[in-house]
Structure formats: C-alpha cells, structure tokens
Design a protein around this ligand. Structure first.
Ligand SMILES: [Zn+2]
Ligand SMILES: [Zn+2]
Length: 104
C-alpha cells in the first residue's frame, strides 16, 4: 500500500495519487483538507471534529508536499495549515473510487 506517484492536479483541484496495488484516484483538495486528522482538526482525546468545513476556502490548494519517511506525506495548505500528516493507510481509507465505494 504505497503510492507510486503523487501529483498535484491543478486543473481538477485534486491530488492525484497512483498506487502499486490500486488505481489512480484524484483526492479533491477540499475533501482532503476537510479530512485532516491533526490535533487542530480532530480532538486528540474525544475524536470530536474541531475543524469547521465552512472555514475552508473554496480555492484551497496545496502549497507544498513533503514525504515523511516511507509512510506519509505532509501537506502545507494555501490556508496556512501545515500540521496535517496523511499516512498511506489514511489516504486509502479516504479513497472514494468506485472499487472502494463498492467495498464500503
Ligand atoms: Zn489539521
Ligand atoms: Zn479506491
């Protein structure tokens, strides 16, 4: 479960991820930002969502991405949010492609 390619698809406003064992899927920026699991967005103890989706700008996009070890990518968003870590496992959970939607 490792991406073979991560590419910002500016036209689609999505992060395009290709996997070794799964089809390529475009993760819409807004959806990805909204799914951030850091301590600012999700309460560490209660699991309550602290992030207000309405606070995410419509034109949210990725300013920069950095691979963390061999297991995650850290995204710096255009709204200044840079504490979110997206592990490969988490990204696969977030995938809403046809195959994954059918499974769920
Ligand atoms: Zn966050
Ligand atoms: Zn999928």
């Amino acid at each position: 479960m490792t991406p073979t390619d991560l590419k910002a698809n500016t036209e689609a406003a999505a992060l395009q991820i290709s996997w070794s064992d799964h089809d390529t899927w475009d993760y819409p920026y807004h959806y990805l930002r909204d799914s951030c699991g850091c301590a600012h967005c999700i309460h560490e103890i209660t699991g309550e969502k602290l992030l207000d989706p309405n606070s995410i700008p419509d034109d949210i996009h990725i300013k920069s991405m950095k691979l963390v070890g061999n297991y995650a990518v850290k995204i710096t968003w255009s709204d200044g949010h840079d504490t979110g870590l997206y592990t490969w496992e988490r990204l696969r959970e977030l995938c809403k492609c046809h195959a994954c939607s059918a499974e769920a």
